[in-house]
Design a protein around this ligand. Sequence first.
Ligand code: ADP
Ligand code: MG
Length: 464
Amino acid sequence: MHFFGESAIVLMINIDNIWNLAKSKLSITMPSVGAFDVWIQSLEPVCITDGKLVLAAPTKMAKDLINRNYKEIIDQAVSETQLTIRGTVIVLESEIESYVSNSEVILDDQPVVKMPKEDAPIFTSKYTFENFVVGDSNRFAVAAAHAVAENPGKKNPLFLWGGVGLGKTHLMHAIGNYIRTYSPNLRIQYVTTAEFTNELVDSIQKSKNNRDVNGAFREKYYNCDVLMIDDVQFLANRSGTQEAVFNLFNSLYINGKQIILSSDRHPKEIETLTERLESRFLSGITADIREPNIETRIAILRSKCQEENYNVEDEVLHYIASLCSSNVRELEGLLSKVALYADLMGIRIVDMELASEALGDYTYKDKEIIDIDRIIDTTCEYFKISRKDIEGPKRNREFAYPRMICVYIINNLLSIPLKVIGEALGGRDYTTIIHSRDKISQLMQKNESIKKSVNDIKNILLGK
Ligand code: ADP
Ligand code: MG
């Protein structure tokens, strides 16, 4: 873009900064990672005209679709980065010229990007307690998060753990938003472990003796009332960062400050985590988030439809919920895909036909219906045991585990009362069924072979 001339170079640097910062916000606020990758990443910042950031879209379809679906959140993200910018204009590459000729130059010495205040991390307004759907899989975690948000510093630390895409970051932001609203004077820091590590390295390099952290780092982290560190599994094999977290943890803890941590695994499973740090992490409330069952998944999809104004038939929600059980982000991705497709086709209500077309890779028509019988048969086949064994009274390990796994899968895939599951499995009572379900749900978190069996059987059933 050499034809912009000298002053435009300044402009280009600025708009790149602005757009990159906006993108980092959008990576959180966009409804799905897929939509972010496909649509946001396709946009190129061009210039600033009439106080608006001009962004070029690669095709007319992309331009229209982005304008229709994401314009508002892009505008918001961009406006938050720079005081003088109010929104965006999405244009085609062929339209760029006319915008460039009217573009405004931002002077070099003007504050280019309004960085968030050190103690004002951005919590996405999209992630609140109100829109977090509660089910058996996350009830305790939500209650713990709520208690901490209401009374920071009293239950310390809060350690949230569970698989990818199950809502840990959502809950942390919900706590952040809550504290911002009800205890606005508290200083909150939210940081991912990767960012924390980078800041730490940077801070040590800038310090006088090249050994300790510098003043800015201390001010930011040692002086906060609430510290959230996301994804601490990335402390694995990072002894320097572990040491820094340990010191910081102790200092905040002694001063009654709230510490909130998240991880995709239990502290005991984080490789090379020092014992002293592990015991600190486990010294407060440890709450796990498990895979949501089908009811919860449908409820999440419903809530999402309401938020986004999607008009999707119930049958489709059941169908989508049955396709994906272990990652809510993926579940949301499937829903957005279907909704986007409907939008492109100009169809208002999403029915099964449209949904299966949109999700072409999952061909629902060819699939056998999944019912209790098929789940029992598939489980038996997988473990090479007979139906009599799984339904019968024998309690040896080789039958008890397949039986419990079978209960878990039925509960996870089908929306039927536990009592009926008990009846189908040799007339077992309700409490045995609850016990089996919870036991496997717990084991799934730490026992790789159980997890593999469950996923294998589910994949067979789902034809994946
Ligand atoms: P994690 O940090 O555990 O990997 P996220 O918090 O990023 O997961 O959640 C992934 C996506 O799923 C987010 O868009 C989040 O809003 C959504 N999500 C997860 N669980 C729920 C829930 N129970 N109710 C509503 N949305 C949820
Ligand atoms: Mg996360």
